[in-house]
Design a protein around this ligand. Structure first.
Ligand SMILES: O=C(O)CCC(=O)C(=O)O
Length: 292
């Protein structure tokens, strides 16, 4: 059922923003450099010039894309550059300007994504269906106000697996989802009904370049498209909260890192703690989508 209550978004009526050239190139380059080193450690020797190197190296893992995606996620704690980017003053400025939040923390819900061209085969990561990120949060927490920052590491366009966003969809409130092969998906019949009833809901295919940040609300419907290009689409997606608010996923680390603070050993210990919790078979991650 569509929740009748319109959700007010900290990102205004549209529920999303594209912040152009908000991040300095060197922060993106550092992530690519560390990714290249990580892939070398995982058995893919460094090749080519810096900007093509990570695609060349990732080809070594193309026979099992799903396992490689999971392996990257599990190694996030080795990529301090990801957190230097995610906790940077520039991200803080973009978030503060657009949300009005003064002090900001990182939520433990975050990912690095490697989206291969579909010619390498169809996997559960080929596309991501329409969904709201609120569905990934723990159902025991309901007083949530989470903003996603989706950060392209390479150009992201409709043709190469970029994002499509449904502006103003926060007004639909929480839509029930079902778990499909590609992860949680907003129930199609509910999406169709909403699109029919609200003529002002028009999807936007977003074009974003490295340095840009796409911000969207936890209730903003979005999906990611198939990569029909020859290049891999690399990205990270981080979630943020106003300091002291609920993080959407309790119990993974002892505190949320502060955005705008220097990434020191303590931050990286928290990231490792998050990973250890996720690897611990006694820790169950509850997601709202499973409790509709
Ligand atoms: O990066 C993608 O392909 C999908 C991202 C997404 O849906 C999200 O960050 O919630």
């Amino acid at each position: 059922m569509i929740r009748p209550k319109e959700q007010k978004s900290v990102l205004g009526k549209l529920g999303w923003r594209l912040c152009k050239s908000a991040l300095p190139k060197h922060l993106i380059q550092s992530v690519k450099r560390e990714l290249s080193e990580l892939m070398a450690d995982l058995g893919a020797p460094k090749k080519g010039l810096c900007c093509h190197r990570i695609d060349q190296q990732a080809k070594v893992f193309s026979n099992d894309i799903s396992s490689f995606q999971i392996l990257l996620q599990k190694n996030l704690h080795k990529l301090s550059s990801v957190y230097e980017l995610a906790l940077s003053q520039e991200i803080k400025d973009a978030l503060s300007t657009n949300t009005g939040w003064e002090e900001i923390e990182l939520s433990p819900i975050h990912n690095i994504r490697v989206k291969y061209p579909s010619k390498y085969g169809i996997t559960p990561f080929t596309t991501v269906p329409w969904h709201q990120d609120y569905g990934a949060t723990d159902p025991r927490q309901s007083d949530l106000e989470i903003v996603t920052a989706w950060i392209p590491l390479t150009c992201s366009k409709p043709y190469n697996g970029g994002l499509e966003i449904l502006p103003r969809s926060t007004k639909l409130g929480w839509i029930e989802h079902r778990r499909g092969d590609r992860g949680p998906a907003a129930k199609e019949e509910l999406m169709e009904k909403a699109l029919k009833e609200h003529g002002d809901l028009q999807p936007v295919k977003v074009v974003a370049s490295p340095g840009d940040i796409i911000l969207f609300d936890q209730y903003t419907l979005h999906r990611s498209l198939i990569n029909s290009s020859n290049q891999i689409r690399w990205s990270i997606d981080m979630r943020y909260i106003s300091k002291g608010s609920e993080s959407g996923r309790p119990g993974l680390w002892s505190k949320n890192p502060t955005v705008g603070n220097f990434v020191d050993d303590e931050v990286m210990r928290l990231i490792k703690q998050r990973q250890d919790s996720m690897d611990n078979p006694n820790v169950t991650i509850k997601k709202r989508v499973d409790f509709n």
